[in-house]
Design a protein. Structure first.
Length: 210
């Protein structure tokens, strides 16, 4: 069984990725579980893919994982000329939390009419392996920004993002639904094929995430 390390200590993200990749024969660990909890990577690339590569290389150089997975996600709001974009995680400042970012975004969109609140999440997922292979998967989820926070599930901007075709925010949807339609889910579905190409087998008993 191959070991895959996720270049994050965010337990919400780790749980989501494990859930989506549960049918692959992988031992999935977070960077904290391989002793790299203190490792912080400066994400100063101009693109989501660039930031993901920076994180993946930093982890691969410091552990003996077979594969490293890193991702970067941006929320692109049309009425804000694409902001927060590559700065999504730090929209309200370098030390901002989830709530700070949501509050700032809603404040910045005060007065924007319902028909002009379109936005999309884009996730770039990069995997690197010991053979020097590099692969990227992209997931895009179109939607709109709500006028207030709604729902108790999920994390990040989930309480204010309404995916296209739904009248509920990500934070109001059950995890099975979100894991089927979200930007990260779509990228990870592509990634399954890429992982199989580099020798990761399917796990018929779904034990890899236990």
């Amino acid at each position: 069984m191959k070991t895959l390390v996720i270049a994050t200590g965010n337990q919400d993200k780790v749980a989501e990725i494990k859930s989506i990749l549960k049918d692959l024969k992988l031992k999935i660990l977070s960077k904290d579980q391989v002793g790299l909890s203190e490792l912080e990577v400066v994400e100063d690339a101009d693109t989501l893919k660039g930031n993901a590569i920076l994180k993946a290389k930093a982890i691969l150089n410091r552990c003996d994982a077979d594969i490293v997975l890193a991702d970067d996600t941006g929320l692109y709001v049309d009425s804000l000329s694409g902001l927060p974009g590559v700065h999504t995680a730090r929209y309200a400042g370098d030390h901002a939390g989830y709530a700070d970012n949501r509050i700032k975004l809603l404040e910045d969109m005060q007065g924007v009419e319902a028909g002009e609140r379109s936005a999309r999440f884009i996730t770039s997922i990069v995997i690197l392996d010991r053979e020097g292979n590099e692969h990227e998967a992209l997931g895009v989820c179109e939607g709109t920004i709500s006028t207030s926070e709604r729902g108790e599930f999920g994390f990040g901007y989930d309480p204010i993002f309404i995916p296209e075709g739904y009248d509920k925010t990500f934070a109001e949807l059950d995890s099975d639904t979100k894991n089927r339609i979200s930007h990260r889910a779509l990228a990870l579905e592509q990634l399954k094929d890429l992982l199989e190409r580099i020798g990761v087998e399917k796990n018929e008993e779904d034990t890899c995430s236990k």
